[in-house]
Design a protein around this ligand. Structure first.
Ligand SMILES: Cc1cc2nc3c(=O)[nH]c(=O)nc-3n(C[C@H](O)[C@H](O)[C@H](O)COP(=O)(O)OP(=O)(O)OC[C@H]3O[C@@H](n4cnc5c(N)ncnc54)[C@H](O)[C@@H]3O)c2cc1C
Length: 771
């Protein structure tokens, strides 16, 4: 379109598209103007003779001569080997220049079905038909639709000796009146599978009947009846599951429909402005009225957005991982372009006034033909349904994949806990280690490792090296190389656990040094190291690759598992992930030395884990906790926080509730008059919690809520045992979920429930309301 404001040549994809459009004009525009456009008006409007409505076979063979039919087909079958991106732009250009609405569809249909035959891989079928099709000596159409579900076709095939016998009617066949070959989709009577066959128009028993339509008459639409049509076995296009192949075909046609419509839209917009340019009303040019300018502006928006959607879909066809059967971008393009075309048609009819309804002008015909787009390759509604289903599955799948990656790291951490528990249980034999330690050892399957087998010394030395490494990294004294790894030091289960624990240690170090986040972008060793000693980085990468956290590509570059991106690129989830690593390091150190570290801000649901929970409170729970948003919006509303984590939870809440008075409370007083009480439970004994909840109830205003971030132990046995040991080391055994809910009810709270939980974070939010 000549009115495009920015120079498309400045943009990569646009520039390429523009070059191809220019090539299409140079090579094909003269042919369309000389051979296709003449007579198009009468072909579209005159109903007397169906055969004259259609574009003749001579036009098709000339299209082949100038290279149109072979443009996108492989060189091996006599084509030019250009890709779908390029072909789509040719189709767009053909539709823009052509005054005949069916021409670009007819051309693309035979090209796409030729590709269907070629991709079947059956030599006899290919040799017999494909060269003729590329050279325009034959035209092929496709019959699937029967006004039924595809797997419910009434058209059938049955094998009789060496031949298939086909029966049935295909109700809507584009190009049917000019075709001498059909690809027909029918149901196998024996297996019920959908099969496809090549059927020639002059096979005995084939009848082609013109199909009366509202418009698009040059598309040579027909019904094709098959009555006891006998075809040899080599004419079978696919041996089974032809429905999937049909979906591949529809995927291609959807995008080409979008391309053709974009071209037609461009043509109609240009024609519309031209037709209005000489029209005057009330002494002014109609085009100078602001409402008309506005309508033209809207048409331009619709056109350019359609073009953008289509270009994106075309570009997507170059993506090697494209879904073979359902192309989301092509579906979006077809849907969006069709809706835009309908709206543009409406605007044109409005701008053209009475002329809009007179059939000698092109406007009414445009509108009618646009309606033909609605059904082709799936009704608009159906496209939305399919897209919706794919979107839901895609988003849920993505969440699951991300969770799986985080869980994989958490499982490595279980082994870290297991090694420390094993060491501790052996060292403290005399003093009797705690139940929690024994539970970890048992869940890790390390009981059999037994005492006095000589591995304790090695294990202690290994863990010494591990903790020394962490201390060195934290103090900025990163060693030149990784300390000696556990490979070969232990046997059996202990050996496995040690390897995995070492993998987790590497992960924690790489996370702490920013290496993991850096390698979200594929990096060479040098790029990854960025300030770290190179040998150390190399060693670390070997361990990380072994642990499956980092992948080494064929080009030698390292990439962190992309599913970990949300926990590495910053924000509350990243902080919570880092907090979990720090907690495991600090608690393990505590277990070895007896020196507690980190304080209450390392407890589950407090400190660095508070921001993500505060996000959940405000973004997810506010609307689910009856009346809370009103209480918080009231002037002077107060939120009390009893996390005892150095004010970090209170700060996270205050940041998300900027107009509310959030107080970090050491104790709760009845005078506090709180709308919300935030009370993490980790590390608290039941008796303390009872006291806090009782005081909390008195401090809440009627209708106020208490939210209790609470540890949610993993389902896996070793994870659950490790979580329990973690809590014990923090100074409390933690309160069981049932006990907490009972406590809340006994204290007189109502609406007690789990309002949210995240198994990967290992936290649940229990809520209750003061009546
Ligand atoms: C111009 C044109 C050319 C065509 N050319 C060919 C051709 O060459 N070869 C060929 O085989 N066919 C051709 N067709 C037929 C075309 O493929 C079908 O019309 C198209 O697939 C839509 O199917 P349908 O007509 O059965 O509509 P339906 O799928 O029955 O849709 C009708 C309504 O039912 C709704 N609906 C259907 N299923 C569901 C569902 N599961 N859930 C919710 N809602 C649903 C739809 O949203 C829609 O509103 C052509 C059609 C047109 C208009």
């Amino acid at each position: 379109m000549t009115t495009a404001a920015p120079d498309p040549a400045e943009y990569g994809l646009e520039a390429e598209a523009e070059r191809i459009r220019a090539e299409a004009r140079r090579r094909f525009a003269g042919f369309v103007r000389d051979m296709v456009n003449p007579g198009s008006y009468f072909r579209e409007h005159d109903r007397r003779d169906a055969a004259r409505h259609v574009i003749g076979r001579d036009v098709i063979s000339q299209a082949a001569e100038i290279g149109l039919l072979g443009f996108s087909l492989p060189v091996s079958v006599g084509g030019e080997g250009r890709d779908t991106f390029e072909w789509g732009l040719v189709v767009e250009e053909l539709a823009r220049i052509s005054l005949d609405p069916g021409f670009s569809v007819l051309i693309d249909t035979t090209v796409e079905i030729t590709e269907v035959l070629r991709s079947s891989g059956h030599t006899e079928l290919i040799d017999r038909y494909v060269p003729d099709l590329v050279q325009g000596r034959r035209y092929v159409a496709l019959g699937a639709y029967e006004s039924k579900d595809p797997y419910d076709y009434e058209s059938t095939a049955r094998l009789e000796g060496e031949e298939w016998v086909l029966n049935g009617t295909k109700h809507f066949v584009t190009g049917g009146l000019v075709a001498d070959l059909f690809v027909m989709f029918v149901r196998d009577q024996a297996s019920n599978d959908v099969l496809a066959f090549a059927v020639e128009a002059d096979d005995p028993g084939v009848a082609v009947l013109p199909l009366e339509t509202m418009g698009l008459r040059s598309m040579a639409l027909a019904q094709v009846v098959l009555h006891d049509v006998r075809v040899p076995q080599w004419r079978q296009v696919w041996r089974a599951d032809a429905l999937s192949e049909f979906n591949t075909y529809a995927r291609g046609r959807r995008i080409m429909t979008a391309c053709g419509t974009v071209g037609a839209l461009e043509g109609v917009l240009a024609n519309c402005v031209e037709a209005l340019s000489s029209r005057r009303r009330s002494g002014r040019r109609v085009l100078d009225y602001p409402n008309v300018e506005r309508s033209i502006g809207e048409m331009r928006v619709l056109l350019e957005a359609s073009r953008a959607a289509t270009l994106r879909a075309l570009n997507g066809t170059r993506y090697p991982g494209r879904d073979a059967y359902f192309d989301e971008l092509a579906t979006i393009a077809k849907h969006h372009v069709t809706e835009s075309a309908l709206r543009i048609g409406q605007l044109v009819l409005n701008l053209q006034g009475g002329e809009g309804y007179i059939s000698t002008f092109p406007w009414e015909g445009f509108m009618r033909n646009v309606l033909g787009l609605i059904g082709g390759q799936g009704a608009q509604e159906l496209l939305l349904l399919q897209l919706g289903q794919r979107t839901i599955v895609g988003l849920e799948g993505e969440q699951m994949r991300e969770s799986a990656a985080e869980l994989a790291v958490a499982k490595l951490a279980d082994s870290w806990w297991a090694l420390h528990a094993a060491e501790s249980s052996q060292r403290d034999l005399a003093e009797q280690s705690s139940d929690a330690i024994r539970a970890v050892v048992s869940a890790a399957g390390l009981e059999g490792a037994g005492a006095g087998q000589g591995w304790l010394g090695e294990l202690t030395a290994l863990l010494d090296r591990a903790h020394a490494l962490v201390d060195a990294v934290r103090s900025g004294q990163v060693p030149e190389a990784m300390p000696q790894e556990p490979t070969g030091l232990f046997e059996g289960r202990l050996g496995e656990m040690a390897e995995r624990a070492w993998g987790w240690l590497a992960c924690a170090v790489a996370q702490e040094t920013g290496l993991l986040a850096r390698m979200l972008r594929p990096s060479t060793l040098k790029e990854a190291a960025e300030g770290l000693p190179e040998d150390f980085t190399r060693d670390l990468l070997v361990v990380l690759t072994g642990a499956g956290v980092v992948d080494r590509g064929s080009d030698g570059r390292y990439t962190t598992d992309q599913r970990l991106e949300p926990v590495l690129i910053g924000g509350p989830r990243t902080a919570a992930f880092a907090a979990r690593q720090r907690r495991a390091l600090a608690r393990a150190s505590h277990l070895r030395t007896g020196t507690p570290g980190g304080g209450r801000e390392l407890l589950t649901g407090s400190g660095a884990e508070a921001p993500i929970l505060a996000d959940v409170l405000v973004n997810t729970l506010l609307s689910r906790l009856d009346g809370l948003s009103q209480l918080l919006a009231a002037p002077g509303a107060r939120v009390g926080c009893v996390a005892d984590d150095g004010g970090r939870s209170a700060a996270a809440l205050a940041q998300r509730m900027p107009f509310t008075d959030v107080c970090d409370l050491a104790g709760i007083e009845p005078v506090d008059r709180l709308a919300l009480l935030w009370a993490p439970t980790a590390g608290q004994a039941l008796v303390d919690l009872r006291r806090a909840i009782t005081a909390g109830k008195q401090a809440l205003v009627p209708g106020g809520w208490v939210v209790l971030p609470t540890p949610l132990p993993p389902k896996r046995r070793l994870g659950a045992a490790s979580a329990r040991l973690d809590l014990e080391l923090a100074g409390g055994t933690g309160v069981l979920h049932q006990d907490l809910e009972t406590l809340l009810r006994e204290t007189g709270f109502g609406q007690v429930r789990t309002a949210w939980q995240d198994t990967v974070l290992g936290i649940r939010l229990t809520v209750a309301r003061r009546p």
